[in-house]
Design a protein around this ligand. Structure first.
Ligand code: SAM
Ligand code: SF4
Length: 337
């Protein structure tokens, strides 16, 4: 294939035959929360000069779209703390081959930005919400205020976002007993919810990850006591396995890196805030796209060539293990969840 010729039909295909059509971009490693499973309390952030400029992110996003990527998720860190990030959404929202432009946010600044995000072309919003109790919410996020996040959800619904999805990381004996309440809350709001098993990304000091592990299987069996969960083959392009509840629009998803490895169907790659293209969430295989865009600004052909070549180092899967030092020392805010 000739990488100098942009062609939306061109597919990114790795050595295992997996087609990559989904890019997650971390636009900042910074955040206004310090969730206990994501960061340590005294987190060190990257120097600003290491972070990709918004223009560099647009160039990389466009290159991916010219190679057949149709879905981009903006994540972080907290994307909405990045100065002028709405400009980035507008630029990406204008790419006509992009069918999905989604945002993952902690919701704390959504009340201010929901309308602008909708106008910029954002198609879906995921909001992280681990508890409906203000004190627990504060303990899990260290700095978060539940009421602000719920106002953000209201604002996103008022702005016209449909199929909003809540993401809940459940920790044993911290919030695992809230799963049914969170499902009821999602049903009342007419939105979806996914439960995520904690992943061993980066060293954290607040709890023992193995002791806090609560498997999707245990959770599924808790929920089947209260809801009829009908398995579906639906997908939002990510690793969630979805269930429907009869009489409700709400989908309940399970993201289970430990108990149900999803690597064989992986269709995505990640760009860190510092411009590393990560080929797998749970491995270190990467390509330094920041070095390339800074050495050869405006050279879109070279960028496309590097992205195509990266497919050769996409690993078969992650090696997450519950015990011991994490294999991956990057925290989730660096990786982009
Ligand atoms: N700040 C935004 C938010 O919280 O939604 C976006 C970035 S955050 C890293 C993306 C998602 O990753 C959130 O839903 C969060 O709960 C999840 N997450 C963070 N650390 C995690 C970990 N160690 N294991 C599993 N999920 C994690
Ligand atoms: Fe911030 Fe999101 Fe990480 Fe929580 S999960 S600390 S909100 S980046």
């Amino acid at each position: 294939m000739d990488p100098s010729q942009p062609n939306a039909q061109q597919q990114l295909v790795d050595r295992f035959g997996r087609h990559v059509n989904y890019l997650r971009i971390s636009v900042t490693d910074r955040c206004n929360f310090r969730c206990v499973y994501c960061m340590s309390e005294d987190m060190q952030f990257a120097p600003r000069s290491h972070i990709l400029t918004l223009e560099e992110i647009v160039a990389i996003g466009r290159a991916f779209c010219s190679l057949g990527v149709t879905k981009i998720r903006i994540t972080g860190g907290e994307p909405l703390v990045r100065h002028n990030v709405i400009w980035l959404f507008r630029q990406l929202g204008a790419i006509d081959t992009l069918t999905d432009l989604t945002l993952t946010t902690n919701g704390a600044m959504l009340a201010r930005w929901a309308g602008d995000l909708k106008a910029a072309g954002v198609t879906r919003v995921n909001i992280s919400l681990d508890s409906l109790h203000a004190d627990r919410f504060r303990a899990l996020t260290r700095t978060g205020d539940l009421a602000t996040v719920l106002n953000g959800l209201d604002a996103a619904q008022a702005a016209g976002f449909r199929r909003i999805k809540l993401n809940s990381v459940l920790l044993k004996d911290r919030n695992h007993d809230e799963a049914a309440d969170l499902v009821h809350f999602a049903m009342e709001r007419g939105i979806d919810i996914s439960f995520i098993e904690e992943m061993p990304l980066g060293v954290i000091d607040e709890h023992d990850r193995a002791a806090a592990h609560y498997s999707s299987d245990e959770l599924h069996s808790d929920l089947t006591g209260q809801f009829e969960l009908i398995p579906t083959t639906e997908s939002t392009g990510g690793p969630s396995r979805y269930y429907r509840i009869p009489g409700s629009d709400t989908r309940v998803g399970f993201i289970s890196p430990h108990s149900h490895n999803f690597c064989s169907t992986c269709n995505r790659v990640r760009l860190t805030a510092e411009g590393r293209l990560l080929l797998c969430l749970g491995q270190e295989h990467s390509v330094d796209l920041r070095a390339l865009v800074r050495a050869r600004p405006g050279d879109d052909a070279a960028l496309r060539e590097a992205i195509i070549a990266s497919m050769d180092i996409k690993p078969k899967g992650h090696d997450f293990q519950l015990q011991g030092t994490p294999v991956v020392l990057r925290h989730m805010n660096v990786t982009g969840g």
